[in-house]
Design a protein. Structure first.
Length: 149
């Protein structure tokens, strides 16, 4: 078997649907058995001897979490060891939004020259915004005082 089953990045929706193909009542016992098999405390990192090194504790935990959160028994097939290996291979090929993003690095959300969503404002709009804030401050202070009757 190849060390990888996916030659591309897998989206979270595709990963979730890959898990939802199977009944939780058949997939969760497979995950538990694999966790017991490759989680022996007497050996350091026993998952390194697993097929294609896919049976990592964090991959098994995430597959179980997704299975519990999104799985259903209705019209699903029973899971096999091969299905579990494919699920874990999909997990290791997940597209991480922060690592595989085409966007520029994140900018601070607040600060001078930034709008309410972190979008940089044009210089003319920024000047208008500052003058509006200066004009509004005295009015707000006056309205905060109690009126003499």
């Amino acid at each position: 078997m190849a060390a990888y089953l996916y030659d591309r990045l897998v989206t979270e929706d595709e990963y979730r649907q890959r898990i939802r193909r199977h009944r939780p009542s058949s997939l969760l016992p497979l995950i538990a058995a694999a966790a017991a098999r490759y989680g022996a405390p007497e050996r350091p990192q026993p998952w390194l001897q697993s097929p294609s090194m896919k049976y990592t504790p964090w991959a098994l935990a995430d597959a179980a979490r997704v299975c519990l959160a999104y799985g259903t028994e209705y019209q699903r097939s029973d899971a096999t060891e091969r299905d579990l290996l494919e699920i874990l291979a999909a997990y290791s090929s997940l597209k991480e939004p922060t690592l595989h993003s085409t966007r520029t690095p994140a900018a601070p959300l607040h600060g001078p020259g930034l709008g309410h969503r972190g979008v940089r404002l044009p210089a003319a709009r920024l000047r208008r915004r500052r003058t509006t804030a200066l004009v509004m401050r005295p009015l707000q202070r006056r309205s905060a005082r109690p009126r003499d009757l």
